[in-house]
Design a protein around this ligand. Structure first.
Ligand code: ACO
Ligand code: ZN
Length: 347
């Protein structure tokens, strides 16, 4: 039975092209691991329509891993991920939750666990709050295997992105929750070291067992806090998945609405540019959100922003929910500097 080390030389030589599955419509539909949250039909539709199916080459690949043991959780992958072909034959793939290396048999995995010394992601901790949430910044070039392994995990829940091999141009911001055993992975986003398109997020993912608990919102907020520190406007890489779009829409709407209401209360006038600058969002994303929420009206030859009553009621309801938030004061981060000649990063 293969272990990562035996078949891949610690994950560095994986051949992604050999991992193609056979198209088969009867098994191509992802199962629904979120059923405990209800809304199965809605989510099933989200996963199998729209932007999730934009990459035809990826759709034709069938889900190859049926179950993954990760820390104390069992994960049930939604999509194909290019683990070595031999792993498709295994009932369970065992992944070390700290170093992310993977094993096809329990004995090798247990042996690994006895030796593994990692208790948190291998990078700089750039954020920690009182609830035990931390963010680690990891350079794809310096921690190539770890980042590739993270992308392999992520790919099991992302259908339209292909990043898992060339991790060098990316930084990874990994969110963890602390326990007595270490800092456990909850989710992450990757970010290009230099994005020609001004993207502040390439891929974003919350592990399924933690979804719909507000962690995606934290990841998104963190990405915008970094953009604020950089003094740039950011936007997520397109296309967004449907779950990505829902989460971004929600984040954008909440934050724009909050700012509009507080400006209104202070009797300050507000423009799209001012909203964009305050939230580090592109003017395009601000405008699209205003349009989606029907907040832009054309009145006597002029565009105006209005706040529909229903949105104010919705905001009141949202406020009653216990919300996780990033405290920007606790971010200890400076934008990494890039030396073109060496393609290395200095801090
Ligand atoms: N159904 C309906 N609304 C949803 C759903 C869903 N399944 N998921 C998120 N939302 C909306 C809700 O409005 C939610 O707020 P609410 O719970 O207060 O109503 C809001 O998004 C934020 O939800 P979170 O709990 O903070 O987000 P979560 O931790 O679940 O993470 C994420 C969202 C990262 C998109 C997650 O669904 C995921 O990992 N999906 C698989 C990978 C993926 O598609 N990533 C995005 C790809 S696009 C890109 O990478 C740039
Ligand atoms: Zn390990």
């Amino acid at each position: 039975m293969p272990s990562q080390q035996e078949s891949l030389g610690a994950g560095d030589d994986m051949d992604i092209d050999e991992a193609d599955g056979v198209p088969d419509s009867s098994v191509a539909a992802p199962r629904d691991p979120l059923s405990e949250f209800g809304r199965e039909a809605e989510i099933e539709k989200l996963r199998t329509s729209g932007s999730m199916t934009q990459n035809p080459a990826e759709i034709s690949r069938i889900r190859n891993i049926s179950r993954v043991q990760f820390g104390k959780f069992d994960l049930f992958p939604w999509y194909f991920s290019p683990y070595p072909e031999a792993f498709s034959a295994e009932d369970v793939v065992y992944i070390c939750e700290f170093c992310l290396s993977y094993y096809g048999d329990e004995v090798s995995f247990r042996r690994h666990r006895l030796k593994c010394v990692l208790h948190h992601p291998p990078g700089n901790e750039v954020y920690r709050d009182d609830s035990g949430i931390s963010f680690f910044e990891i350079d794809g070039r310096r921690q190539r295997t770890w980042c590739r392994n993270l992308c392999l995990i992520s790919k099991m829940f992302l259908d339209h992105k292909t990043l898992y091999y060339d991790v060098d141009p990316f930084l990874f911001y990994v969110m963890t929750a602390k326990s007595e055993h270490g800092c456990h992975l909850i989710g992450y986003f990757s970010k290009e070291k230099e994005s020609a398109d001004g993207y502040n997020v390439a891929c974003i993912m919350t592990l399924p067992q933690f979804q719909r608990q507000g962690y995606g919102r934290l990841l998104i907020q963190f990405s915008y806090e970094l953009s604020k520190i950089e003094g740039k406007l950011g936007s997520p890489e397109k296309p967004l998945s449907d779950l990505g779009l829902l989460s971004y829409r929600q984040y954008w709407s909440e934050n724009i609405l909050e700012l509009l209401i507080s400006s209104y209360e202070k009797e300050e006038s507000v423009t799209i540019e001012a909203l964009s600058a305050a939230l580090a969002m592109t003017t395009q994303d601000v405008e699209h959100t205003l349009q989606a929420l029907k907040m832009q009206v054309y009145h006597r030859g002029d565009h105006k922003i209005v706040i529909p009553e229903a949105l104010i009621e919705q905001r009141e309801k949202q406020k009653l929910k216990r919300r996780r938030l990033i405290d920007p004061e606790k971010i200890q981060w400076k934008p990494p500097t890039f030396t073109a000649s060496t393609r290395t990063w200095g801090w």
